[in-house]
Design a binder for this molecule. Structure first.
Ligand code: NAP
Length: 315
Protein backbone atom coordinates (compact mmCIF):
# COMPACT_ATOMS: atom_id res chain seq x y z
CA UNK A 1 0.00 0.00 0.00
CA UNK A 2 1.29 3.44 -0.88
CA UNK A 3 0.48 6.03 1.79
CA UNK A 4 -0.34 9.57 0.75
CA UNK A 5 1.58 11.20 3.59
CA UNK A 6 4.17 9.63 5.86
CA UNK A 7 5.63 11.65 8.70
CA UNK A 8 8.98 10.68 10.24
CA UNK A 9 9.20 11.86 13.84
CA UNK A 10 6.59 12.60 16.48
CA UNK A 11 7.49 15.93 18.10
CA UNK A 12 5.33 19.05 17.76
CA UNK A 13 6.32 19.40 14.07
CA UNK A 14 5.43 15.85 13.09
CA UNK A 15 2.26 15.70 15.17
CA UNK A 16 0.98 19.00 13.80
CA UNK A 17 1.74 17.87 10.24
CA UNK A 18 -0.23 14.70 11.03
CA UNK A 19 -3.13 16.69 12.49
CA UNK A 20 -3.46 18.81 9.36
CA UNK A 21 -2.94 15.91 6.97
CA UNK A 22 -5.49 13.81 8.84
CA UNK A 23 -8.05 16.60 8.70
CA UNK A 24 -7.37 16.84 4.94
CA UNK A 25 -8.40 13.18 4.67
CA UNK A 26 -4.89 12.05 3.78
CA UNK A 27 -4.71 9.29 6.43
CA UNK A 28 -1.15 10.10 7.48
CA UNK A 29 1.16 7.55 9.02
CA UNK A 30 3.52 8.77 11.73
CA UNK A 31 6.64 6.76 12.42
CA UNK A 32 7.34 7.74 15.99
CA UNK A 33 11.13 7.29 15.97
CA UNK A 34 13.71 7.22 18.72
CA UNK A 35 12.10 9.78 20.98
CA UNK A 36 8.28 9.55 20.90
CA UNK A 37 6.86 13.01 21.48
CA UNK A 38 10.18 14.57 20.50
CA UNK A 39 12.39 16.72 22.70
CA UNK A 40 9.42 18.59 24.15
CA UNK A 41 8.38 15.34 25.86
CA UNK A 42 11.60 15.50 27.87
CA UNK A 43 10.99 19.09 28.95
CA UNK A 44 9.75 19.97 32.40
CA UNK A 45 7.54 23.04 32.25
CA UNK A 46 6.44 24.55 28.97
CA UNK A 47 5.40 28.11 29.76
CA UNK A 48 5.42 29.60 26.28
CA UNK A 49 3.10 27.38 24.29
CA UNK A 50 -0.03 29.49 23.74
CA UNK A 51 -3.18 28.22 25.35
CA UNK A 52 -1.61 26.99 28.58
CA UNK A 53 -1.46 30.00 30.90
CA UNK A 54 -0.55 27.82 33.87
CA UNK A 55 2.23 26.02 31.95
CA UNK A 56 2.08 22.41 30.87
CA UNK A 57 4.44 19.51 31.31
CA UNK A 58 6.19 18.76 28.00
CA UNK A 59 5.25 15.10 28.03
CA UNK A 60 1.58 15.97 28.59
CA UNK A 61 1.67 18.48 25.74
CA UNK A 62 3.09 15.89 23.33
CA UNK A 63 0.52 13.35 24.48
CA UNK A 64 -2.33 15.78 23.83
CA UNK A 65 -0.97 16.53 20.36
CA UNK A 66 -0.76 12.83 19.57
CA UNK A 67 -4.29 12.24 20.78
CA UNK A 68 -5.61 15.18 18.77
CA UNK A 69 -4.02 14.00 15.50
CA UNK A 70 -5.14 10.43 16.26
CA UNK A 71 -8.74 11.58 16.63
CA UNK A 72 -8.80 12.49 12.93
CA UNK A 73 -7.32 9.24 11.70
CA UNK A 74 -3.54 9.45 12.06
CA UNK A 75 -2.00 6.00 12.22
CA UNK A 76 1.00 5.68 14.56
CA UNK A 77 3.77 3.21 14.09
CA UNK A 78 6.57 2.52 16.56
CA UNK A 79 9.85 2.11 14.80
CA UNK A 80 13.00 3.74 13.63
CA UNK A 81 13.61 4.45 9.98
CA UNK A 82 17.01 2.99 9.12
CA UNK A 83 17.22 3.84 5.43
CA UNK A 84 15.31 5.94 2.93
CA UNK A 85 15.17 5.83 -0.84
CA UNK A 86 14.08 9.18 -2.17
CA UNK A 87 15.32 8.61 -5.72
CA UNK A 88 11.81 8.04 -7.07
CA UNK A 89 8.19 8.11 -5.97
CA UNK A 90 6.75 6.38 -4.13
CA UNK A 91 9.52 7.04 -1.64
CA UNK A 92 10.61 3.98 0.31
CA UNK A 93 11.33 3.91 4.04
CA UNK A 94 13.00 0.91 5.60
CA UNK A 95 11.97 0.54 9.23
CA UNK A 96 13.98 -1.36 11.86
CA UNK A 97 11.17 -3.92 12.32
CA UNK A 98 11.60 -5.02 8.69
CA UNK A 99 8.67 -3.05 7.29
CA UNK A 100 9.12 -1.15 4.05
CA UNK A 101 6.77 1.84 3.96
CA UNK A 102 5.90 3.52 0.67
CA UNK A 103 4.88 7.16 0.55
CA UNK A 104 3.71 9.57 -2.10
CA UNK A 105 4.83 12.46 0.08
CA UNK A 106 7.09 12.63 3.08
CA UNK A 107 7.27 15.04 5.98
CA UNK A 108 10.62 14.86 7.73
CA UNK A 109 10.46 16.01 11.33
CA UNK A 110 13.25 14.01 12.90
CA UNK A 111 14.28 16.89 15.16
CA UNK A 112 17.63 17.31 16.80
CA UNK A 113 19.46 15.49 19.57
CA UNK A 114 21.34 16.90 22.55
CA UNK A 115 24.92 17.87 21.75
CA UNK A 116 27.46 16.03 23.84
CA UNK A 117 30.33 17.62 25.71
CA UNK A 118 32.75 15.29 23.99
CA UNK A 119 34.99 14.92 27.03
CA UNK A 120 36.49 11.82 28.70
CA UNK A 121 34.11 10.15 31.13
CA UNK A 122 30.95 11.45 29.50
CA UNK A 123 30.04 8.31 27.56
CA UNK A 124 31.46 5.97 30.20
CA UNK A 125 29.24 7.49 32.92
CA UNK A 126 26.11 8.01 30.80
CA UNK A 127 23.08 6.95 32.86
CA UNK A 128 25.38 6.73 35.87
CA UNK A 129 25.23 10.38 36.69
CA UNK A 130 25.46 11.90 33.23
CA UNK A 131 22.01 12.71 31.89
CA UNK A 132 20.57 14.82 29.08
CA UNK A 133 17.04 14.77 30.51
CA UNK A 134 16.33 16.49 33.80
CA UNK A 135 12.65 15.55 33.63
CA UNK A 136 13.45 11.87 33.20
CA UNK A 137 16.24 11.61 35.74
CA UNK A 138 15.95 14.55 38.18
CA UNK A 139 14.09 12.42 40.68
CA UNK A 140 17.15 10.20 41.14
CA UNK A 141 19.25 13.12 42.38
CA UNK A 142 17.56 13.97 45.66
CA UNK A 143 19.85 16.03 47.90
CA UNK A 144 22.73 15.66 45.42
CA UNK A 145 25.10 18.26 44.06
CA UNK A 146 24.58 18.75 40.34
CA UNK A 147 26.39 20.48 37.51
CA UNK A 148 24.43 21.83 34.56
CA UNK A 149 26.49 22.89 31.55
CA UNK A 150 25.38 25.69 29.20
CA UNK A 151 24.04 29.22 29.24
CA UNK A 152 20.91 28.93 27.11
CA UNK A 153 17.23 28.56 27.95
CA UNK A 154 17.50 24.80 28.31
CA UNK A 155 20.33 25.00 30.86
CA UNK A 156 18.43 27.48 33.00
CA UNK A 157 15.01 25.90 32.61
CA UNK A 158 16.26 22.45 33.48
CA UNK A 159 18.64 23.76 36.13
CA UNK A 160 15.69 25.42 37.84
CA UNK A 161 13.70 22.20 37.56
CA UNK A 162 16.54 20.23 39.14
CA UNK A 163 16.48 22.44 42.24
CA UNK A 164 13.29 20.60 43.20
CA UNK A 165 15.47 17.59 43.98
CA UNK A 166 19.09 18.62 44.28
CA UNK A 167 20.76 20.24 47.25
CA UNK A 168 22.74 22.48 44.90
CA UNK A 169 22.83 23.18 41.16
CA UNK A 170 25.93 24.74 39.66
CA UNK A 171 25.56 26.14 36.17
CA UNK A 172 28.88 26.06 34.33
CA UNK A 173 28.98 28.40 31.34
CA UNK A 174 31.81 29.07 28.91
CA UNK A 175 31.20 32.83 28.80
CA UNK A 176 30.43 35.48 31.42
CA UNK A 177 26.92 36.26 30.19
CA UNK A 178 23.93 34.12 29.46
CA UNK A 179 22.14 33.43 26.22
CA UNK A 180 18.96 32.52 28.15
CA UNK A 181 15.91 34.79 28.37
CA UNK A 182 16.11 37.45 31.13
CA UNK A 183 13.04 36.01 32.85
CA UNK A 184 14.92 32.75 33.44
CA UNK A 185 18.10 34.56 34.44
CA UNK A 186 16.21 36.48 37.12
CA UNK A 187 14.55 33.33 38.36
CA UNK A 188 17.90 31.53 38.56
CA UNK A 189 19.54 34.46 40.35
CA UNK A 190 16.74 34.42 42.90
CA UNK A 191 17.00 30.71 43.55
CA UNK A 192 19.24 30.03 46.56
CA UNK A 193 20.13 26.55 45.29
CA UNK A 194 21.63 27.86 42.04
CA UNK A 195 25.11 29.23 41.58
CA UNK A 196 27.11 30.02 38.46
CA UNK A 197 30.67 29.34 37.41
CA UNK A 198 31.57 31.63 34.50
CA UNK A 199 34.10 31.47 31.68
CA UNK A 200 34.53 27.80 32.37
CA UNK A 201 34.24 24.51 30.52
CA UNK A 202 34.06 20.91 31.66
CA UNK A 203 37.14 19.02 30.48
CA UNK A 204 36.43 15.66 32.09
CA UNK A 205 33.67 13.83 33.94
CA UNK A 206 35.17 12.17 37.00
CA UNK A 207 34.16 8.92 38.66
CA UNK A 208 34.44 5.17 38.31
CA UNK A 209 31.10 3.51 39.05
CA UNK A 210 29.14 6.78 39.18
CA UNK A 211 29.82 10.46 38.62
CA UNK A 212 31.86 11.90 41.48
CA UNK A 213 32.70 15.26 39.98
CA UNK A 214 33.93 17.19 36.98
CA UNK A 215 37.22 18.73 35.99
CA UNK A 216 36.70 22.40 35.20
CA UNK A 217 38.92 24.78 33.28
CA UNK A 218 38.63 28.54 33.34
CA UNK A 219 39.18 29.52 29.73
CA UNK A 220 40.42 33.01 30.63
CA UNK A 221 42.99 32.06 33.25
CA UNK A 222 43.64 28.45 32.21
CA UNK A 223 43.17 27.45 35.85
CA UNK A 224 41.86 23.92 36.41
CA UNK A 225 40.02 22.48 39.39
CA UNK A 226 38.10 19.42 40.46
CA UNK A 227 34.51 20.12 41.38
CA UNK A 228 32.41 17.69 43.34
CA UNK A 229 29.08 16.62 41.84
CA UNK A 230 26.98 13.48 41.70
CA UNK A 231 25.25 14.41 38.47
CA UNK A 232 26.09 16.24 35.22
CA UNK A 233 23.44 17.59 32.87
CA UNK A 234 24.87 19.00 29.62
CA UNK A 235 22.50 21.46 27.91
CA UNK A 236 24.77 22.83 25.22
CA UNK A 237 22.51 22.81 22.20
CA UNK A 238 21.56 20.23 19.65
CA UNK A 239 22.60 18.54 16.43
CA UNK A 240 20.05 17.80 13.69
CA UNK A 241 19.04 14.20 13.09
CA UNK A 242 19.82 14.04 9.40
CA UNK A 243 22.27 11.13 9.01
CA UNK A 244 19.56 9.22 7.12
CA UNK A 245 19.35 11.81 4.40
CA UNK A 246 23.00 12.47 3.64
CA UNK A 247 23.58 12.19 -0.09
CA UNK A 248 19.86 12.44 -0.88
CA UNK A 249 18.69 15.78 0.48
CA UNK A 250 20.51 19.10 0.42
CA UNK A 251 21.90 19.86 3.88
CA UNK A 252 23.58 23.02 5.11
CA UNK A 253 27.12 23.10 6.52
CA UNK A 254 25.80 22.19 10.00
CA UNK A 255 23.75 19.27 8.74
CA UNK A 256 20.30 20.92 8.83
CA UNK A 257 17.98 20.10 5.93
CA UNK A 258 17.64 23.01 3.54
CA UNK A 259 14.20 24.19 2.53
CA UNK A 260 12.85 26.97 0.37
CA UNK A 261 11.02 28.74 3.22
CA UNK A 262 7.86 26.81 2.39
CA UNK A 263 9.07 23.53 3.91
CA UNK A 264 9.94 22.16 0.45
CA UNK A 265 13.27 20.38 0.09
CA UNK A 266 15.29 19.82 -3.09
CA UNK A 267 13.20 16.70 -3.79
CA UNK A 268 9.64 17.30 -4.94
CA UNK A 269 7.21 15.69 -2.51
CA UNK A 270 9.63 15.72 0.43
CA UNK A 271 8.89 18.37 3.05
CA UNK A 272 10.68 19.28 6.24
CA UNK A 273 9.40 20.70 9.53
CA UNK A 274 10.72 21.58 12.96
CA UNK A 275 14.20 21.52 14.47
CA UNK A 276 15.69 19.33 11.75
CA UNK A 277 15.46 22.37 9.48
CA UNK A 278 15.27 25.28 11.92
CA UNK A 279 18.48 26.36 13.61
CA UNK A 280 17.18 29.81 14.47
CA UNK A 281 13.90 29.70 16.40
CA UNK A 282 13.73 26.08 17.65
CA UNK A 283 10.54 26.52 19.64
CA UNK A 284 7.68 24.06 20.03
CA UNK A 285 5.33 26.63 18.55
CA UNK A 286 7.50 27.28 15.48
CA UNK A 287 7.95 23.53 14.98
CA UNK A 288 4.18 23.12 15.13
CA UNK A 289 3.81 26.00 12.65
CA UNK A 290 6.16 24.46 10.12
CA UNK A 291 4.44 21.08 10.62
CA UNK A 292 1.20 22.73 9.60
CA UNK A 293 2.90 24.30 6.57
CA UNK A 294 4.45 20.98 5.51
CA UNK A 295 1.09 19.20 5.63
CA UNK A 296 -0.57 21.93 3.57
CA UNK A 297 2.27 21.84 1.05
CA UNK A 298 2.00 18.04 0.86
CA UNK A 299 -1.71 18.30 0.26
CA UNK A 300 -1.25 20.88 -2.52
CA UNK A 301 1.49 18.76 -4.01
CA UNK A 302 -0.76 15.70 -4.11
CA UNK A 303 -3.55 17.69 -5.74
CA UNK A 304 -1.18 18.75 -8.48
CA UNK A 305 0.37 15.35 -9.15
CA UNK A 306 -1.45 15.13 -12.47
CA UNK A 307 0.38 18.29 -13.55
CA UNK A 308 -2.82 20.07 -14.55
CA UNK A 309 -2.44 22.86 -12.07
CA UNK A 310 0.51 24.31 -10.30
CA UNK A 311 -1.80 25.49 -7.54
CA UNK A 312 -0.04 27.75 -5.10
CA UNK A 313 3.41 28.40 -6.47
CA UNK A 314 5.69 26.44 -8.73
CA UNK A 315 8.74 24.29 -8.10
P1 NAP B 1 21.23 27.14 22.85
O1 NAP B 1 20.30 28.29 22.98
O2 NAP B 1 21.93 26.90 21.56
O3 NAP B 1 22.30 27.28 24.02
C1 NAP B 1 23.38 26.39 24.11
C2 NAP B 1 24.29 26.88 25.21
O4 NAP B 1 25.36 25.95 25.33
C3 NAP B 1 24.90 28.24 24.94
O5 NAP B 1 24.94 29.00 26.11
C4 NAP B 1 26.30 27.89 24.44
O6 NAP B 1 27.25 28.84 24.80
C5 NAP B 1 26.61 26.60 25.19
N1 NAP B 1 27.49 25.72 24.44
C6 NAP B 1 27.40 25.32 23.15
N2 NAP B 1 28.38 24.46 22.84
C7 NAP B 1 29.12 24.33 23.95
C8 NAP B 1 30.27 23.57 24.27
N3 NAP B 1 30.85 22.77 23.36
N4 NAP B 1 30.77 23.65 25.51
C9 NAP B 1 30.19 24.46 26.42
N5 NAP B 1 29.08 25.18 26.20
C10 NAP B 1 28.56 25.12 24.97
O7 NAP B 1 20.51 25.74 23.17
P2 NAP B 1 19.29 25.41 24.16
O8 NAP B 1 19.43 26.10 25.46
O9 NAP B 1 19.18 23.94 24.14
O10 NAP B 1 18.05 26.01 23.44
C11 NAP B 1 17.70 25.57 22.12
C12 NAP B 1 16.51 26.36 21.63
O11 NAP B 1 15.37 25.97 22.37
C13 NAP B 1 16.68 27.86 21.80
O12 NAP B 1 16.11 28.50 20.70
C14 NAP B 1 15.91 28.15 23.06
O13 NAP B 1 15.40 29.46 23.10
C15 NAP B 1 14.81 27.12 22.99
N6 NAP B 1 14.32 26.80 24.34
C16 NAP B 1 13.41 27.65 24.89
C17 NAP B 1 12.98 27.44 26.18
C18 NAP B 1 12.02 28.41 26.79
O14 NAP B 1 11.61 29.33 26.11
N7 NAP B 1 11.68 28.29 28.04
C19 NAP B 1 13.46 26.36 26.92
C20 NAP B 1 14.38 25.51 26.34
C21 NAP B 1 14.83 25.76 25.04
P3 NAP B 1 27.28 30.30 24.14
O15 NAP B 1 26.16 31.05 24.78
O16 NAP B 1 28.63 30.79 24.49
O17 NAP B 1 27.08 30.09 22.67
Amino acid sequence: MVHKVVVIGSGPAGLTAALYAARANLAPVVIRGLQPGGLIATTSEVENYPGFPDAINGYDLAEKMEKQAGKFGTVYMDGIVEKVDLAQRPFKLYVDNGDVIEAETLVISTGASPRKLGVPGENELANRGVSYCAVCDGFFFKEKKLVVVGGGNSALDEGLFLTRFASEVTIVHRRDSLRADPVLETRANNNPKINFIWDTVVTKVLGTERVEGVMLKNIKTGEEMEYEAQGVFPYIGHIPNTALFVGQLDLDENGYIKSDGRTRTNIAGVFVAGDVEDHIYRQAITAAGTGCMAAMEASWFLDNLDGQSEGLGTW
